[in-house]
Each structure stands twice: as C-alpha cells, then as structure tokens.
Design a protein around this ligand. Structure first.
Ligand code: PA5
Length: 458
C-alpha cells in the first residue's frame, strides 16, 4: 500500500488544475538533475536500504538468543539517534515510548527511550526493570553527544557497582560510527556488541542508513527487513515512473513554490492518530536540520488532529497567511470497530451517527479541516500511510528523505550538515568546563554577565 498522495490544492485552490504543469515548468529541470544524481548513486543516504537489507539476517541471527532473554529495551540516544526508533514504535504500537515508555503487548516487552536522562528516568529503570532481562542500546553517530553520554554514564555507575563489569558487557549494545568514535573505543574496550552508523550517514538519515532499526527490532524479536524493502520499493518507483507521479517531486516542488512564490514560511504537518506522532517528530527534525540554514528553509509545525482542531486550527485558518499544509492520516486496511447502533433521542440532531464507526469520524475530521483550509485558498495536500506495517513506514521514510534532499537542491543548501546543532553542542560543553573551548567560554562569560544584570524577579 505504501503512501498515497493527493495534491489538487497543493498550490492553493485557484490553481487546482495546473499544479503538476506549473511545477514541471518551474522545477522540472532541477528535479531531473536530482534524479540523475540519484541514478548515479550520489546520495548514499538514499541508497543505504539495499545495503542494510543485506545485513538484516546476520544481525537478527546474532541477536536471536539475546532477544529471548530480553523483556525490556532501553534506548539511550537523542535526535537522529532516537527519533527514527520512536517513529517505528509509535507507528507499530500506537504510542511514543519516552520516559517510562510502555509495554508492547504484541511482543510482551517494554521499551523506553531516554534522550536527556532525568533522575526519574534513571531510578525508574533501576527500580522497576528486571535488570537481568534488560538491554541498553546506546546510539550516537558522533559518540560525543553530551545527553547520550550522560545517559550512558548515569546507568553505568550504579549498574557496574551492583552487577560488575560482566553485566555491562552483556547488557549494553552500541550503535555508532564504525570508524572512529569515543563510544566505539569504549564499547570495544569492554568487549560489548557494536553495530554501525556508516561514515557518510548523518543522524537524521540513519533510520534507513544504519543498523539501529535492526538492533531495536531484533531485540523485540521482530524482523526489520520489511522496513528496508519498503524503502527500496519507493526508490524503484521514483526511478521508473514519470515525475508527475513522484511524491518527492510534487510535494518538494509544491512546498518550495509556497516558499518562493507565495511567501509562505511555515509548513504545517497536521497528523491524525497517535501512530503518526512519532513519524511527525522524525519528519520535523529532518526538515529543520536539513533545510534550515543560511537564512533559508521552512519552519515545520507538527500538529496533532483532531485535538489541535480545538487549539490551533483557528489561527491556522484565520491568522497570518504564511502557511502551507500537509495532512497525514492512516489508510485502514479493513473496517475496524463496531458501528454505533443507536443515538438516544436527546441527541437526535446527531442521529446521522447511527451506523457509523469511529473510523468514519476520524476520516471526516481530517477531511473537514483539510477542505476548509483548501476552500479558503490555502495550499494544502494530503498523504495517507498504509496502517501499521514496517514496509509502509519504510516507504514513508524514504519518500520524505528524498523529498527533503531534493528540496535542499532547490534551496541551494547542503541538506547533510547541521552547523547550528554542532555550535550548541560545543557551547554546552564549554558551559560545563570542557577543555580547548576558551574562546567559547569567554563569550559565554560576557553574555551571561549581561543576562544576569538585566534580569528581574517577581
Ligand atoms: O541529524 C543529526 O546529525 C543530529 O540531529 C544528531 O542526530 C543528534 O545531534 C545526535 O547526534 P549523535 O547521533 O552524534 O549523538
């Protein structure tokens, strides 16, 4: 099933008939050159699923015994090293696994993701989990991200004291750059299992470009192959069909048109269903870090339907006209739940609900917001994701990665770096007294001085 994309209002309602032609005229040549680079394997990020698929069996085999002995998985990582896994978790199991996480009944295991640890996160794991049957997966491409290091160190100290070094070796797994990373040296030093985020793959592209999903799903006893197969199929479709049927072309060019021709600056991602919450946070990072640089980019605003119809929709529809919209919903495979049998007389004006399922109402809810915005001339599109299978999610991940990389070529920015993130990592190390950062420390002193003199207390 994959993803379905609908775009009659992509450029605003008046342009309904002309969307693909307008976009072909304005962006067709640049899309062709993106395709040529894709064909020439110039984007390792978009080619990795094939390579990863080759490793799935061996890794799953190696983890089989461990998976049987595991009833809790604690992921320690942040940004590109957590968002993709959170997206998989929420898409498959319907909720985000941060902090205390939750039980996954389908596999009878518990998952938690710890990004920046709190004392509660640490004591929660140490006191609640069956530590003998808990695995910690520490993920960091650079191996030097402070939050992740703190997560590792905060678990390491008490566990080492209570259970000794052998426990750490057997219960901690590491996913990091296979060439050089402090984390890699540490993991090798203690003889723990290590898995790769290959050199050319940056954090936010690592869900399809590294072993992290294979390790995570392997410990849950699940097969990661469909994730990569979905991505491979999405790539094949883009290389065989014509541009007018490519989501990366239509969506990427459409959003770019909104930015460059209609003076929009915010891309609202309006997603319906808890399962889509993780994928939207993943997408928000992908768009922000890949495109937001050199004064350019688009601000992604992830919004949750239908709850946010009762908080932010008013502003989105009648406030500043600076937004482009994409609605996301799930494509159910079959009718679910019971139809309502009877609506009491007191609610006779709602008697139309008789015979309807909850699922019908979910459909009507996203459609009403979408159509309402479209009828006011707002640029709006819709993407449906096949429900709850890894293969569909693989299609989504790949499609959005390709869309964002293509948009990087339209904007003329490098979608693969994140200088501002690196600057803030450095400043944080400087604040905590890291060495070799004297210039940063002096600047911080100066700014903090001002910050303190100009503060008031109420
Ligand atoms: O996409 C990126 O590169 C970043 O968001 C990183 O994923 C994030 O900063 C975490 O970095 P690392 O995986 O090196 O710990």
């Amino acid at each position: 099933m994959g993803v379905r994309f609908s775009y009659p209002f992509l450029l605003g309602v008046e342009k309904e008939q002309e969307a693909s032609k307008t976009l072909l005229d304005s962006c067709g040549a640049r899309y062709e050159s993106f395709l040529a680079s894709l064909r020439g394997n110039e984007y390792p990020q978009l080619d990795m699923p094939e390579k990863m698929l080759q490793d799935v069996l061996a890794i799953q085999e190696a983890l089989k015994g461990l998976a049987c002995e595991t009833e809790e998985v604690v992921i320690v990582g942040i940004g590109g090293s957590s968002l993709g896994l959170a997206a998989i978790h929420s898409f498959l199991f319907g909720h985000l696994p941060y902090g205390h996480g939750g039980l996954v009944p389908a596999v009878n295991k518990r998952v938690r993701i710890v990004e920046m640890p709190t004392e509660d996160d640490i004591s929660g794991v140490l006191q609640e989990a069956n530590l003998e049957r808990t695995r910690f997966v520490v993920i960091s491409k650079s191996g030097t991200t402070l939050e992740t290091l703190l997560g590792l160190l905060s678990f390491l100290d008490p566990l080492r004291q209570a259970h000794g070094d052998a426990y750490i070796k057997d219960h901690f797994l590491f996913v990091t750059d296979p060439e050089s990373s402090a984390l890699l040296s540490f993991a090798r030093g203690i003889g723990a299992r290590t898995f790769a985020i290959p050199g050319e793959i940056g954090g936010r592209f690592s869900i399809l470009g590294s072993h992290m999903a294979v390790v995570f799903l392997g410990l849950l006893g699940l097969d990661a192959a469909p994730l990569f197969e979905g991505a491979i199929n999405a790539r094949k479709a883009v290389l065989s069909l014509s541009a007018e049927s490519h989501v990366p072309f239509l969506l990427g060019s459409g959003v770019y048109h909104g930015l460059s021709r209609l003076s929009k600056s915010i891309w609202v991602m309006f997603a319906y269903g808890d399962a889509l919450e993780g994928p939207m946070f993943w997408l928000r990072q992908l768009v922000s870090e890949s495109l937001g640089k050199e004064g350019l980019g688009v601000t992604p605003l992830a919004v949750k339907g239908p709850s946010d119809q009762h908080s932010i929709l008013q502003l989105l529809e009648d406030g500043p006209d600076d937004k482009i919209f994409t609605f996301f919903s799930l494509l159910p495979r079959c009718p679910r739940g019971e139809a309502l049998q009877r609506v009491p007389e007191e609610f006779s004006s709602f008697s139309f609900l008789e015979g309807k399922r909850l699922q019908d109402a979910w459909e009507a809810l996203w459609q009403s917001s979408y159509l309402s915005l479209a009828s006011k001339g707002k640029p709006a599109s819709w993407m449906g994701l096949g429900e709850s299978t890894l293969e569909d999610l693989g299609v989504f991940f790949w499609t959005m990665e390709a869309t964002v990389i293509y948009m990087g070529t339209l904007l003329g920015v490098n979608p693969f770096d994140q200088p501002a993130v690196e600057r803030s990592k450095k400043l944080c190390r400087a604040l905590l007294g890291g060495s070799g950062l004297e210039a940063e420390q002096a600047r911080i002193e100066e700014l903090l001085g001002k910050h303190k003199t100009k503060s008031i207390e109420v």
